[in-house]
Structure formats: structure tokens, C-alpha cells
Write a protein that binds this ligand. Structure first.
Ligand code: C2E
Ligand code: CA
Ligand code: CA
Ligand code: CA
Length: 275
């Protein structure tokens, strides 16, 4: 390592980069992980602000890698997208989520389950029929499955994404625009989307009790959403001060560590029952 004007200058050598080796390992292991049953869904509740009721959860995938242990989605969803495996992976997530929604309904605790879709999934022409097939076979209504799509995923192919979301929405699935506020969509475009809810990105929510600009952004987003007939979900709610502000601003639902962290399906079931 050389020092130049107080800055450290590193010469890059691929063979010394543990990250690229790790990336390579994960890439090769990802291919067999589905067949080896190494993925698990965790669930994080979303609470209604009006009555505190929890009637919906978000499914979040985790990978139990035999060599490394638990790996979080930010580390492998991108790899799955690059290798084209995301189609298969999303099919697995949807199947698991529908099975879980059916199990909770049978258990007397009907709960909507939200699934995250990737940009690539929005280009998969067969997706609507696939989800509909799962829901029909399970004997549950499409209303029990919510689909979350990030604003930036939609904006990567605005026209095709809109067509896909229109088809899914017409079938009865609810659409939430995820990470809202980070993806440069225009208001005109937003109006043309068949969305039911906006999920306000946690980068605005987390510190809003201490940052007046963040609080203004969140409040204006809630007003904007409501004026367009959309529900609002704030993510990354970590303390009571943020909850209180969101309540004052009329936010519809909240999700975050203040309510509960993501948990396994058994724990989630006990959590729903307790509430
Ligand atoms: P996301 O959809 O924005 O999900 C929210 C993330 O924030 C989750 O991270 C969740 O555990 C975390 N989180 C929830 N509450 C709090 C909080 O109060 N504070 C903080 N700091 N974090 C909180 P996770 O599970 O690591 O997922 C990361 C991202 O990976 C997700 O972001 C989503 O974009 C993606 N992802 C997760 N599961 C799937 C999946 O099944 N399919 C696809 N395509 N993407 C997924
Ligand atoms: Ca999400
Ligand atoms: Ca999000
Ligand atoms: Ca996110």
C-alpha cells in the first residue's frame, strides 16, 4: 500500500480480493441451493396504524449456506438476477408464500403475505398465470398475496413493467411500490401505474424524528399517496418517536424493528395469535 498526499492508494489484484473469490463461490453454490432446499422465508409483520392490528406480513428470503451459514438477500438476489436464476427463485418464493398464507388461513389467522419481485420478473410473460395457478391450487383468493416491486425495478423497463403490473392487478393481486422515493419516477407515470400502496423507503423514515427534511419528505409522500388514492406503508420504523410522527401524518401501515424483526413461520404464527 502506497501513501500519496495522505490518501492510501491500493493496487488492485483480483487474486487478493476476498470479495471476488467469495462472489465466485456463492455464484457456483447458488445453482444447487434450490434443489438442496437451502432457502427459507422469514416474515416481518406490518401493523395497521389505526387499530394496531397485524393482518399482513412481508416474506423475506434467507439462504442457509452449508459452508457459511445464513446469508442475507442483499448478497445473493443480485447474483441470482445476473445469472438468470431469479425466475426460478421467485417461483419458489411465491410457492412457499402461498402455502404459508393458506396454512395461516386454515389456522384461523388469515394473513396477507407480500412477496418481493425483481426487475427481471416483470419481464416474465408467464408470471401472472404462474401465480394464479398457485393461488387456485391452494384454494385462496388472490387478495391474500401482495406483490412488492421497487420503484427502480419498474423504472428499468417502464412500459413493460406497467403492462405486467396491470395484468397482475386485474387478477386481484395488490401491488405496492417498494423503496418509494429512491427511484426517480415521475408523478405522471406513478398515476398510470395500477398500484395500491406506496412503501416509503426507510432511508427517509428511520431518522425522521431527528431530521426535519426527512419528516417533510415522509409527510408529503403520505399526502401525495392519499391524494392519488394509494395506501402508505412506512418501513424501517425503529422507535416510538417515529411511530408517533407517522400516526400524526396519517400513515396507514408501519413495518420495522419497533414492531418486530423478520422471524421464522412458526414464530410468526405465535406472534399473530398473541396480537
Ligand atoms: P426490502 O424489500 O426493502 O425489505 C426490507 C429490508 O429491511 C429487509 O431486509 C428487512 O429485514 C429490513 N428491515 C425491516 N425493518 C427494519 C428496521 O426497522 N430497520 C432496519 N435497519 N432494517 C429493517 P432483508 O431481509 O435483508 O432484505 C433486503 C432486501 O432484499 C429487501 O429489501 C428486498 O429488496 C430483497 N429481498 C428480500 N427477499 C426477497 C425475495 O424473496 N425476492 C426478491 N426479489 N428480493 C428479496
Ligand atoms: Ca419489500
Ligand atoms: Ca423496501
Ligand atoms: Ca430495500
Amino acid at each position: 500500500m502506497a501513501k500519496k498526499d495522505g490518501l492510501e492508494v491500493k493496487v488492485y489484484r483480483a487474486e487478493e480480493d476476498p470479495f471476488s473469490l467469495r462472489r465466485f463461490m456463492l455464484l457456483s453454490e447458488l445453482r444447487s441451493a434450490l434443489a438442496a432446499n437451502e432457502f427459507v422465508l422469514h416474515y416481518q409483520p406490518k401493523a395497521n396504524m389505526s387499530d394496531g392490528v397485524i393482518d399482513s406480513v412481508e416474506a423475506l428470503i434467507r439462504w442457509n449456506n452449508p459452508r457459511e451459514g445464513w446469508i442475507m438477500p442483499d448478497e445473493f438476489i443480485g447474483l441470482a438476477e445476473q445469472t438468470g436464476m431469479i425466475g426460478e427463485l421467485t417461483h419458489w418464493v411465491l410457492k412457499e408464500a402461498v402455502t404459508q398464507a393458506k396454512a395461516w388461513a386454515d389456522d384461523g389467522a388469515p394473513t396477507r403475505v407480500a412477496v418481493n419481485l425483481s426487475a427481471r420478473n416483470l419481464l416474465d410473460d408467464g408470471l401472472p398465470d404462474y401465480i394464479m395457478g398457485l393461488v387456485r391450487r391452494a384454494g385462496i383468493a388472490p387478495e391474500w398475496i401482495d406483490l412488492e416491486v421497487t420503484e427502480s425495478a419498474i423504472m428499468s423497463h417502464p412500459e413493460l413493467s406497467r403492462d405486467m403490473l396491470l395484468r397482475l392487478s386485474a387478477m386481484g393481486f395488490s401491488i405496492a411500490i417498494d423503496d418509494f422515493g429512491t427511484g426517480y419516477s415521475s408523478l405522471a407515470y406513478l398515476k398510470a401505474l395500477p398500484a395500491d400502496a406506496l412503501k416509503i423507503d426507510m432511508s427517509f423514515v428511520r431518522n425522521m424524528a431527528h431530521n426535519a427534511d426527512d419528516a417533510t419528505i415522509v409527510r408529503s409522500t403520505i399526502d401525495l399517496a392519499h391524494n392519488l388514492g394509494l395506501k402508505t406503508i412506512a418501513e424501517g420504523v425503529e422507535d416510538r418517536a417515529v411511530w408517533d410522527l407517522l400516526l400524526a401524518y396519517g400513515c396507514d401501515k408501519v413495518q420495522g424493528y419497533f414492531i418486530a424483526k423478520p422471524m421464522g413461520s412458526g414464530e410468526m404464527q405465535a406472534f399473530i395469535r398473541k396480537k
